[in-house]
Design a protein around this ligand. Structure first.
Ligand code: SF4
Ligand code: SF4
Length: 361
């Protein structure tokens, strides 16, 4: 199938709120983005030896990094740091999958923040017009403060804030604050995950960095298929003795359900022959990429885990075990042993070691 080459705006209607999820997972998933966002906004305010701790002072030609000062002749150190970070990301992708996309990428963080604002306005304000106005005012305020914070990494943030009114910024400060604010507003408010699908280079290379032992979001079709609604109180496949399907039948049912026009309608199954997927659609409703996790492969999946939480909540509601949708590698799904010494892992690890050794020397 050809990839979508056109750029279109994703429907900005927020997906419905996810169903309740288990408390530890909810706390972890909600706290990490909040901590990263707080880190971004607070970082330029940190002081070190009476100077801004992190300041890329371009006119002064000096970079302050927590007490370490880099001058133009130290450009190699800066490039080395960037190379170490890039190689660490390669290693992280190989060992953990697209966790960067799901939890730490600025596009994901700000899209999530703007969605929360949107949902909050819709939930608490009855008038649609008022909700839309408040949403845009809040988006604009967040976008502007994001622009100021970003420029605060290049120009002392205290002077930037005191120069806000009356405006005492230089021309380039005005340009970059407005540019970055506008980019935040457009990307997080409107383009959202379309950036991941059509514009992000990391999304293109991430599959090349993964292998059969890299964790990804998986749908357990052997347990789940054939899917379907059923009368309550049936019990899961293990409990009622149906057990797991063989892999060929499981993927055949999943394919038929995903492509009814190609494969024809699914046969009807008695309730006791159904798998554990109750076909509630909760995993699809919460997906920011508008994917159906049951239709593997999922090259656009950002591994945010929202479908895992949504499905676990449904499993608990049905009295079935959790984990119908879960994080697992291809090999784990085939019940193959996990391999740690893999070519891509070793290559990334060796590169990282060499870079660190060169840096230390
Ligand atoms: S399929 Fe699941 S993990 Fe992937 S983007 Fe959608 S909700 Fe997130
Ligand atoms: S949330 Fe779980 S049970 Fe519901 S449709 Fe998705 S996979 Fe099936």
């Amino acid at each position: 199938m050809p990839r979508r080459l056109h750029l279109h705006l994703i429907d900005s209607t927020p997906p419905p709120s996810p169903p309740p999820v288990s408390p530890p997972r909810l706390r972890w998933r909600a706290l990490l983005p909040a901590a990263l966002l707080a880190g971004f906004y607070l970082l330029p305010w940190l002081r070190w030896n009476d100077r801004q701790a992190l300041l890329f002072d371009l006119p002064g030609r000096r970079f302050d990094l927590f007490g370490l000062t880099l001058w133009p002749q130290d450009l190699g150190v800066l490039l080395g740091l960037i190379a170490v970070l890039a190689t660490s990301l390669v290693l992280l992708t190989n060992l953990g999958g697209r966790v960067w996309c799901g939890y730490a990428c600025p596009q994901t963080l700000w899209s999530g923040l703007f969605r929360r604002i949107e949902r909050g306005c819709q939930r608490h304000l009855r008038s649609r017009r008022l909700a839309a106005t408040v949403k845009h005012v809040a988006w604009a305020a967040v976008a502007l403060w994001t622009g100021i914070t970003f420029v605060g990494f290049f120009s002392p943030i205290d002077q930037l804030v005191t120069g806000l009114w009356p405006l005492a910024w230089s021309g380039w400060e005005i340009f970059w604050v407005l540019f970055y604010a506008l980019a935040t507003w457009g990307n997080a408010g409107f383009l959202r995950e379309q950036v991941c699908i059509d514009l992000c280079p990391y999304a293109r290379v991430a599959p090349l960095l993964s292998d059969a032992d890299t964790p990804q979001i998986c749908y357990d079709a052997r347990r789940a298929e054939p899917r379907g609604a059923r009368a309550p109180g049936q019990g899961g496949v293990e409990e009622r003795g149906r057990g797991l399907l063989d892999p060929v039948s499981a993927s055949d049912y999943a394919f038929r359900a995903a492509h009814p026009a190609l494969a024809g309608p699914m046969p009807r199954f008695a309730d006791d022959r159904l798998g554990d997927c109750v076909d509630c659609g909760a995993c699809v409703d919460v997906c920011p990429m508008q994917l159906d996790v049951r239709n593997a492969p999922l090259p656009d999946c950002i591994a945010c885990g929202a479908c895992v939480d949504a499905c676990d909540a449904q499993m608990r509601a049905q009295g079935f075990p959790e984990g119908l949708v879960k994080v697992a590698s291809e090999n784990a799904m085939r019940q193959q042993p996990q391999r740690w010494l893999r070519p891509r892992t070793l290559a990334a690890l060796a590169t990282l070691m060499v870079l660190l050794a060169v840096g230390l020397l």
